[in-house]
Design a protein around this ligand. Structure first.
Ligand SMILES: [Zn+2]
Ligand SMILES: [Zn+2]
Length: 375
């Protein structure tokens, strides 16, 4: 089969709508090849799209699964840099919005949903809209904004086209019953603060920002180095301290050490530009929870007693110790106290008042204002 020579005039005709991709499709079933514009491609079966969404949903809720799909397709979108280089070679320098529209025209004609309409284009904001997308049809039964594929794609394409960071909101979705699928892309700073706040708001899970290079022995969580450690480190540490100083003092030492750790953690967030005390505390709670330390069931505030009560499920220590007949969560109590102290700039006393290891349903912690003692 002859390879068609693709040139500038082909793309120009396509952009103008004078041609479609049909003449540029080459299919050779015997060789198992299918190319469009000389680039190898393949069909996008519904079941594959569904499987991707469901793979993420197995570990996340639906909303976060859509975000994980978005991250995956951001990388796919960034691959459009190849097309951009080709166009540049032809002397075509498209504006970011026009480049985005060209990519989606090619996608649409290959079966990825309805054609897009350019609603608004500015240097820092681009809005596009389609009647529906491919994934909004495939994932319709989720009955929510599902178009993570397009969100990520749009971000990736615009990153490739501009070299700057873009964040795309999916403001309307066919799958949740809206009349169109609408996407609002904004050029934004990709800062630590921006990502951390997305985690606290529940728009991202920390897994989106874990950079794990197992062969190099490195893990980073939003640019900060972290380590994984086995949960039994808590029983090991406690037993070792108990041997040297006795059980009560050992609990006290752990409490102190983790108070300091909680404080330092919040100080780090402050250095990253977070100032609101409630966000600081929520951020620390969200991070530790998503790192596997506990799940927060509820938080209550008693104004008269100036006491915060936190009910946690599967704290790291109660899970590590199992049933012991007594409270074991000294580290967690210290951690929570340290977070609140540093976030709100006050002195507090953290105490575990119910513990799973003692036989209670959950671990419950009270964090109370500690009046300044006269020196
Ligand atoms: Zn949609
Ligand atoms: Zn406990």
């Amino acid at each position: 089969m002859d390879k068609k020579k693709i040139g500038r005039e082909d793309f120009e005709a396509l952009i103008k709508g004078e041609k479609d991709i049909m003449p540029y499709i080459e299919m050779d079933p015997a060789a198992g090849t299918y190319s469009v514009f000389g680039v190898r491609t393949a069909s996008n079966p519904n079941y594959l799209v569904k499987a991707i969404y469901e793979m993420y949903e197995a570990n996340l809720d639906k909303k976060l699964a859509v975000q994980a799909v978005r991250k995956l397709f951001r990388s796919v979108g960034m691959g459009s840099v190849g097309l951009q280089n080709l166009l540049k070679k032809f002397g075509m320098d498209l504006k970011p919005a026009d480049f985005l529209m060209l990519v989606f025209k090619l996608q649409h004609q290959q079966g990825w949903g309805a054609p897009f309409e350019l609603v608004e284009q500015g240097e820092k904001r681009i809005i596009i809209r389609a009647k529906q997308t491919f994934e909004s049809q495939v994932m319709k039964d989720w009955n929510m904004a599902v178009c993570g594929i397009h969100q990520g794609w749009i971000e990736g394409i615009l990153i490739a086209a501009t070299g700057k960071n873009w964040f795309c909101l999916h403001t309307k979705c066919h799958a949740k019953g809206d009349d169109v699928c609408e996407f609002v892309a904004d050029q934004v700073e990709s800062s630590w603060k921006f990502k951390a706040q997305a985690i606290v708001r529940g728009d991202s899970a920390i897994t989106e920002y874990i950079e794990h290079k197992p062969l190099e022995g490195k893990i980073k969580l939003i640019d900060d180095p972290v380590v994984m450690m086995p949960r039994f480190i808590f029983t090991s540490m406690m037993n070792s301290l108990k041997k040297t100083m006795g059980e009560m003092p050992a609990g006290g030492v752990n409490y102190r050490a983790y108070t300091d750790m909680g404080k330092e953690n919040v100080e780090h967030y402050k250095k990253m530009g977070i100032t609101n005390p409630n966000i600081l505390a929520d951020m620390a709670f969200a991070f530790y929870s998503q790192m596997g330390w506990f799940r927060i069931i509820k938080t209550e505030w008693n104004e008269a007693a100036k006491t915060k009560t936190m009910t946690l499920e599967h704290t790291v220590e109660s899970e590590a110790f199992g049933s012991t007949g007594k409270n074991v969560c000294f580290c967690t109590a210290g951690l929570l106290a340290g977070i609140v102290e540093s976030a709100f700039g006050i002195k507090v006393q953290g105490r575990e008042i119910k513990c799973r290891s003692k036989g209670d349903e959950h671990c419950v912690f009270s964090i109370t204002n500690k009046p300044e003692k006269p020196e």
